[in-house]
Design a protein. Structure first.
Length: 56
């Protein structure tokens, strides 16, 4: 799998997990905090996909 595919998978997984984190304290899935955490999760996914692509 190439690095570009791993980055896209990281974005999808990271932003999905980040969007659901605010639900742990009762915030809605479409709340402002959910959007912020989704963005942060996407950036973390980009970083993780890039690093994983460098290892392979």
């Amino acid at each position: 799998m190439n690095s570009k595919s791993l980055i896209w998978i990281g974005i999808a997984v990271g932003s999905t997990i980040g969007a659901y984190i605010p639900a742990l304290w009762g915030a809605g899935v479409l709340s402002f905090s959910s959007i912020i955490f989704s963005t942060l999760g996407g950036f973390a996914g980009i970083w993780a996909g890039y690093k994983l692509g460098q290892m392979i």
